[in-house]
Design a protein around this ligand. Structure first.
Ligand SMILES: Nc1ncnc2c1ncn2[C@@H]1O[C@H](COP(=O)(O)OP(=O)(O)O)[C@@H](O)[C@H]1O
Ligand SMILES: [Mg+2]
Length: 250
């Protein structure tokens, strides 16, 4: 028997109506590793991440976390979402709540932390991302980069075992991208297990242990970043990276 990986996705299939979006995904993420999903828009990156977090049901296959099945009927979705945090492209902060309340909502409701304990932890995390002074602000009083940093803190406040990041810099003005990627870089250095979809190829090259090229719902090629970016073997990977280079993004 092969050793168990921390997060294991096996034979995952997902359709929307007649459109089969994921067509048999096999993917493993080891603890403390960063796996980057790359591929053209529409290839299924977001759907894959959403399936892992049970935001979508799956049609076939299995997802396991630390050996436990976390897909299909009988899955404890609340527990899964405590273990697996997700950050979206569009931040998804609650606009009517202050930064501090956005962050403490989950720990108070789900972990049943006291307000004082949740706020102390939130402030500590905000401090780490340089936003302690914004604890009392509302999301629309923050820049996109600041909002996304708050969204990351909100996910971290739940003490997730894995973090899913879905193109978290795609909605940001270029000058704000670095402040968000810097946090992800720090998390990687601290050993956070992460599965992320990104268009930031140089970032993927820098932080990923494994890069997966997704094409029309299958992983066509995966390997260490040096190999995927330096010597891709699949013509479709080559063509994709060629387009990225031409666009000046690698
Ligand atoms: N909720 C949905 N309903 C129907 N089709 C969807 C839905 N979400 C995604 N799709 C389709 O699934 C395919 C993959 O989308 P997505 O996972 O968002 O790709 P990516 O994140 O790689 O750009 C696309 O064809 C998209 O139109
Ligand atoms: Mg997407």
């Amino acid at each position: 028997m092969s050793p168990i990986s921390f997060l294991e996705i096996e034979g995952l299939r997902k359709s929307y109506g007649a459109n089969e979006v994921l067509r048999g995904i096999d993917l493993s993420v080891e603890q403390h590793q960063v796996v980057c999903l790359i591929g053209a828009s529409g290839c299924g990156k977001s759907t894959l991440l959403r399936c892992v977090n049970a935001l979508e049901t799956i049609d076939e296959g299995q997802i396991r976390l630390d050996g436990d099945v976390v897909s299909g009927e009988g899955t404890d979705v609340d527990r899964l979402r405590r273990d697996v945090g997700i950050v979206f492209q569009a931040f998804n902060l609650f606009p009517h709540m202050r930064v501090l309340d956005n962050i403490t909502l989950g720990p108070r409701r789900i972990h049943r932390h006291s307000r004082a304990a949740a706020e102390a932890q939130a402030l500590e995390l905000l401090e780490r991302v340089g936003l302690a002074a914004k604890a009392g602000a509302y999301p629309d009083q923050l820049s996109g980069g600041q909002q996304q940093r708050v969204a990351i803190v909100r996910a971290l406040a739940m003490n997730p075992r894995v973090l899913l990041l879905d193109e978290i810099t795609s909605a940001l003005d270029p000058e704000l991208v670095a402040e968000v990627l810097g946090i992800v870089r720090d998390l990687a250095a601290e050993g956070m297990t992460m599965l992320l979809a990104t268009h930031e190829m140089s970032f993927a090259r820098e932080v990923a242990h494994t890069v997966c090229f997704l094409h029309e719902g299958v992983i066509l090629e995966q390997g260490p970043p040096e190999r995927i970016f330096g010597a891709p073997t699949e013509p479709r990977t080559q063509a994709f990276l060629h387009r990225i280079v031409e666009a000046g993004r690698l």
